[in-house]
Write a protein of this length. Structure first.
Length: 208
């Protein structure tokens, strides 16, 4: 046990669950010894202890798909760690975003968890279009139109949400809200804001 209450097992290891710091997606499970934990904290790059190779390994040291550390938390018993990180590329060695991409039957599933991860993915694509405009891209056109064009579209989409709701059409409501959310993300990008600003404000209001 270390001085901060973290408990390593008899082999000197502790399980470390890696979670995407922004989307909340669980990416992988690894193990750390005290040296791996310290290297992670000092370098800012998530580092593990390989039980098969009996050696330290920094995630992405060969593939480039590193995990940039945001925060580490311990559980209530101090015998497991939650590592919040920003991934640079897919985390799984199979090339998938998360190692947890199979059902109990062993089938590969395209559904990522939580499903709200799509918001972060979409925000990332919009940010890419902002930094590297793409000819013919609708997002690029919207960003180039500025706040007036984006704001007009948000107003239109909000009205269409109301119409769909009054028509009692759930599929249309979902469709129109998806449009509204997308254009809202475009506006956030145009304003130089991250989606996390909205999460923080909601949390502030909720008092959590």
């Amino acid at each position: 046990m270390t001085g901060n209450g973290i408990k390593f097992d008899a082999s000197g290891l502790i399980p470390a669950i890696v979670q995407h710091a922004r989307s909340g997606e669980v990416l992988m499970l690894g193990y750390m010894n005290e040296e791996a934990l310290q290297q992670t904290l000092v370098s800012g790059m998530v580092t593990f202890w390989s039980r098969s190779r009996q050696a330290l390994w920094r995630k992405g040291e060969t593939s480039g798909n590193v995990l940039r550390l945001i925060e580490i938390r311990q559980d209530c018993d101090g015998d497991a760690l939650l590592v919040l990180a920003e991934p640079a590329g897919p985390t799984c060695h199979t090339g998938r975003v998360s190692c947890f991409h199979r059902t109990l039957d062993g089938d590969v599933t395209p559904v990522r968890m939580p499903q709200s991860v799509i918001l972060t993915d979409l925000a990332n694509v919009i940010a890419q279009r902002a930094s590297a405009p793409k000819e013919g891209s609708y997002t690029t056109k919207m960003l180039a139109g500025g706040v007036d064009r984006i704001g007009k579209k948000i107003g239109e989409e909000a009205a269409e949400v109301i119409i769909a709701a009054k028509n009692g059409a759930p599929d249309e409501v979902a469709w129109e809200i998806a449009d509204l959310m997308y254009h809202t993300l475009v506006l956030l990008q145009q304003q130089g804001m991250a989606i996390e600003a909205v999460w923080h404000e909601l949390r502030r209001r909720h008092g959590g």
